[in-house]
Design a protein around this ligand. Structure first.
Ligand code: AMP
Ligand code: MG
Length: 494
């Protein structure tokens, strides 16, 4: 490996340049004995970086926080946020450091951030560090989401630091290098609003408009149009989560981006057998962020964003509230239309019928009653279209409800007039066979943490990067976990 090439990033740090008051400059802590865990060549290329130069000792030094690349201006960003409904006026990057921004090969501006690189002025009581398990978990789930076509932050690199992290036990430390369209959150707006600083809110809104929704700058009311654009992106995002059985787990306002990318894969998980009330997070006692609650929380979070924009939308507070409320009232139908479009396609329909929503909801009811696996039901529907219903039927403990549903589905399908094979192919390109199954993720993380064995992680990552391509040799990656007495729980990625 050639270590003489110094990796170049061509940073252009617009946030550090123009968003004074929203960050603190700081440095990464040094890593004692950095070691590579994973590097994302494809993403590096997409970012216009040199993967060969980065996949080296010099790259390892950068991604472990031991070397600051040329042009980087490391900062920790400030934000506030509602966490489980309670407001904290100051959170911020307590364990993350933005190295800078690059313009990728598609001319899009992307943040490059170290997560787990040590304390910052926003760390409060925390150590600013991350452990190998949660870092690899975020890597796996984020890259799986990307391959599933869901907007998400990405993972460029994961490295072990050689430092010890103290949690319930001592754990090996690691750093994830995360890439995002930006790290501006609903909570960033709340940070400015909590300080009652209208100029700061405007500065942040103008920056966000320019960076993410430049078309709204020309609208009659740019700030209202900006709000509608964020609401649209987020409604579309949550509809996609719902379509793959994804539960974010901590939909706090500080974990909700303005760009519409999924962010902060902590206690998230995909459900196996379908149940609307599924919760995985060990700290979500009230089920606030349960699967079926996610669309309601979407609206709740966007309402918090709307509140911060009141002074910008109209000088008369009453008028501003009226305009923003009108937009908020559109979110539910907007979300439903995204959901319905996605779900129709998932069951192989190409046209619209007023009965479709009922048809889809009845499938979910049958799945819930029959303890059927979310991912496999949708995937195996295409087998039914190809003449073999037994694979999908067999997923239901008692298939009577499914049988009745299937008859209705066939009638609706015939009305569509598309050939079964065409629809089946479309369905296989939308309904994954491989998702990050909890037991497979845990298995891969345990091997990496307990035995420094990255083989299961790399294999799983490879499978998840091709979620629609069914291969016989990968059969066990498609299977749900064997039944256990104890329900699966996830823990915050701290
Ligand atoms: P998260 O759970 O990643 O959404 O984090 C919520 C807040 O807690 C953010 O402000 C984080 O920066 C902060 N935080 C989480 N873990 C740590 C840690 N180990 N050290 C410092 N701050 C942390
Ligand atoms: Mg967070």
């Amino acid at each position: 490996m050639d270590t003489t090439i110094r990796p170049q990033f061509k940073f252009d740090n617009s946030f550090a340049r123009s968003m004074e008051g929203f960050f603190s400059s700081c440095q990464a802590e040094s890593a004692n004995a950095p070691r590579w865990l994973q590097f994302n060549h494809v993403l590096a290329e997409e970012l216009g970086l040199d993967p060969v130069a980065l996949d080296s000792e010099a790259g390892l030094a950068i991604f472990s926080g031991n070397d600051i690349p040329e042009g980087s201006q490391p900062i920790a960003q400030a934000y506030a946020g509602h966490q489980f409904g309670g407001f904290s006026p100051q959170l911020g990057d307590g364990r993350a450091l933005l190295l800078g921004e690059v313009i990728d090969t598609q001319q899009l501006r992307r943040d490059i951030q170290l997560k787990g690189s040590g304390r910052t002025p926003f760390s409060r009581g925390g150590d600013g560090k991350a452990a190998i398990g949660p870092v690899l978990r975020e890597y796996l789930v984020g890259e799986a989401m990307q391959s599933l076509g869901v907007p998400t932050t990405r993972a460029l690199a994961a490295v072990a630091t050689g430092n010890v992290v103290y949690r319930e036990t001592t754990l090996p430390g690691a750093i994830l290098t995360r890439v995002a369209a930006s790290h501006i959150r609903v909570g960033t707006f709340q940070y400015a609003a909590a300080r009652r600083d209208e100029d700061k809110i405007r500065q942040l809104a103008d920056y966000s408009i320019q960076r993410h929704y430049p078309e709204t700058a020309n609208a009659e009311n740019p700030y209202l149009a900006f709000f509608a654009a964020v609401a649209d992106a987020q409604a579309s995002l949550v509809a996609r989560w719902m379509g793959i059985g994804f539960i974010h787990g901590v939909m706090n306002t500080d974990n909700m981006t303005i760009s519409g990318e999924t962010i902060d894969y902590g206690p998230c998980a995909f459900m196996d057998s379908y149940s609307a009330s599924t919760v995985f997070s060990s700290i979500d006692h009230g089920g606030r962020y349960a699967y079926s609650n996610q669309p309601a929380i979407l609206i709740w979070n966007l309402s918090r964003l709307a509140e911060t924009l009141i002074p910008l939308v109209n000088p008369k507070q009453e008028k501003a509230v009226e305009l923003l409320t009108e937009t908020i009232e559109c979110i539910q139908p907007l979300y439903e239309s995204y959901w319905l479009t996605a779900m129709r396609a998932k069951i192989g329909l190409s046209t619209e019928d007023p009965s479709d929503s009922q048809l889809i909801n009845d499938l979910f009811t049958a799945m819930e009653k029959g303890n059927a696996d979310f991912t496999l039901v949708f995937r195996r529907l295409s087998n039914a279209l190809r003449g073999d219903s037994e694979l999908v039927r067999g997923l239901f403990t008692n298939p009577v409800d499914f049988d009745a549903w299937e008859q209705r589905w066939w009638r609706r399908f015939e009305q569509d007039g598309i050939s079964a094979e065409t629809s089946a192919e479309m369905m296989d390109s939308l309904n994954p066979i491989y998702i990050p199954r909890n037991h497979k993720v845990e298995e891969a993380l345990a091997a990496a943490v307990d035995r420094e064995d990255l083989v299961p992680f790399k294999k799983l990552l490879n499978v998840l990067t091709h979620p629609f391509d069914e291969l016989e040799e990968n059969e066990d990656y498609a299977e749900p976990a064997p039944p256990t007495e104890i329900p699966y729980k996830t823990f915050c990625g701290t």
